[in-house]
Design a protein around this ligand. Structure first.
Ligand SMILES: Nc1ncnc2c1ncn2[C@@H]1O[C@H](COP(=O)(O)OP(=O)(O)OP(=O)(O)O)[C@@H](O)[C@H]1O
Ligand SMILES: [Mg+2]
Length: 469
């Protein structure tokens, strides 16, 4: 009968069994002829509406409207001769459905079939809920991304403010100038200077001013990683390449690809790794432990040291070829005692920072400022920074005086008259006091050098100069 009509037509054309296929569809299908005679319904239609094929097929839609369902879209399509939607309702189950009907035309423009598909509103509600929950998740993810962005901005700002390179001396000015010139090139840089002079501040400044500022910046302290772990930390390893290598590990140099690496205390890098580092610089490639294929890496190296690398090279502890490779652009940072013009500005900067941090409003009086200027600062800017932090925290009054500084610098107060004295004499007196105290507390010149933050030969030289034993 007519029910098989479309099925036959399609079968002839495509050799597909339309009826069988339609019965597998999840959506309800309802097909009528152009005059409204129902030709076919699939099993999903019966499931959804409770209306069996026998009840509708062969009958006219206008007779069914109002008795089996309401709001027939088929009638609307026939009337308007175009695709229509409506919300239909089965009077058998009370289910509401979203009904979409489309006309299929004969060549003469009359309607041949009306094909309708029904979707349960509840199901659509489910989809809507899913959509809403996906939207909520998206909103949360967006908020998260926004929060992360704020955090990154905050960290960047923190790095930038920590980074602020303070200094008005011609020495610092010329370093700033040099950074402006070289930051954007990919040239490797070697920063040399005593402990606490600001080598890392300079490295950070180079990084933030370079075109690699949005790429990784990895700081590696060569003195802090035990020798036996160093190679795998730097170059990575393959799974099972040595006992304990349970998983593959990507090394720091590979992680930094595209970015910048600060190799701090480069003088402490073991000799065997020095040659591997040379390969990174020359060939721009690394080898993971346990893998023989080199991996290309593009990194800018900033090395820092407080050692005399040339002297280490002469002792056979540093590869001379690596030294020359790194030393293409050396930046020698002077100790603070040789650029005392920077002390007032650094003092203001640190007191501001720690006043903010601890909610205080401290300031130095004139005598205190003078003492800061005559002191030798063996620990350089770091020592100045630490001492100002302690002063802001421990002093009672808003005004910080000379006596307060003497206490934290552990200098006796028998020499009070700073104003009338010559700075050089004052420096010497302070040095003697500090050396004496260090001698009392630490037996060897080696230990003294460690606490004073200067090297041993410097301690010995100063003790000889002041005739101290
Ligand atoms: N020019 C400067 N402006 C502002 N802060 C500085 C300056 N120089 C150094 N500092 C501060 O002094 C401290 C020591 O600086 P940094 O860590 O850069 O020294 P370093 O030379 O790397 O020392 P080390 O050899 O011990 O690693 C840091 O807290 C840094 O912020
Ligand atoms: Mg450092």
């Amino acid at each position: 009968m007519i029910k098989g009509l479309i099925c036959l037509e399609i079968k002839e054309k495509n050799k597909l069994d339309f009826e069988e296929i339609a019965n597998y569809l999840h959506d309800a299908i309802f097909v009528s002829a152009g005059d409204g005679e129902v030709l076919f319904v699939n099993s999903a239609y019966t499931r959804m509406t409770g209306i069996a094929a026998e009840e509708v097929v062969g009958r006219n839609i206008s007779d069914l409207e109002g008795s089996l369902f309401t709001n027939s879209v088929t009638l609307k399509v026939i009337k308007n001769k175009k695709a229509m939607n409506s919300i239909g309702k089965s009077l058998k189950t009370g289910n509401e459905m979203l009904v979409s009907g489309i006309p299929i035309f004969n060549e003469d423009g009359t309607i041949k079939y009306v094909v309708v598909n029904d979707r349960q509103i509840e199901e659509l509600e489910g989809i809507k809920e899913e959509l809403e929950s996906a939207r909520e998740k998206l909103a949360v993810a967006k908020k998260d991304t926004y929060k992360k962005k704020l955090e990154i901005d905050h960290l960047k700002k923190a790095l930038a403010s920590k980074n602020t390179m303070i200094g008005v001396s011609s020495h610092i000015e010329s370093i700033k100038n040099e950074i402006e010139h070289i930051a954007d090139t990919d040239v490797n840089i070697l920063i040399i200077g005593e402990t606490g002079v600001g080598k890392e501040v300079i490295a950070n400044e180079v990084y933030t001013k370079s075109s690699r500022r949005d790429k990784p910046y990895i700081k590696i302290n060569c003195a802090a990683i035990p020798d036996n772990l160093m190679e795998s930390e730097l170059f990575g390893h393959e799974k099972g390449s040595f006992t304990g290598a349970e998983k593959k590990k990507i090394g720091l140099l590979e992680l930094a690809d595209g970015g910048t690496v600060l190799l701090d205390e480069i003088g402490e890098l073991p000799l065997n790794l020095q040659s591997k580092l040379l390969r990174v610089i020359q060939q721009k490639e690394i080898m993971r432990i346990g893998k023989n294929d080199p991996i290309k890496v593009d990194i800018r190296i900033i090395a820092a040291t407080n050692r005399d690398l040339k002297a280490r090279a002469e002792e056979g502890k540093f590869r001379l070829d690596l030294y020359y490779r790194l030393n293409v652009l050396p930046i020698n940072v002077k100790p603070l005692r040789d650029r005392k013009e920077d002390i007032p500005e650094l003092g203001d900067f640190f007191i501001d920072r720690f006043n903010k941090k601890y909610g205080k409003s401290k300031h130095f009086n004139e005598d205190a400022k003078r003492l800061l200027l005559v002191y030798d600062w063996p620990g350089n800017v770091r020592e100045l920074e630490n001492i100002i932090e302690r002063l802001v925290v421990i002093t009672m009054n808003d005004e910080i005086g000379e006596g307060d500084i003497r206490k934290v610098l552990l200098i006796g107060d028998d020499e009070k008259n700073f104003g009338s004295c010559n700075i050089k004499d004052e420096v010497e007196k302070l040095e003697i006091e500090i050396l004496k105290r260090a001698m009392r507390e630490h037996g060897s010149t080696r230990d003294m050098a460690r606490v004073l933050g200067i090297n041993q030969s410097n301690v010995v030289r100063k003790m000889r100069k002041y005739n101290l034993k």
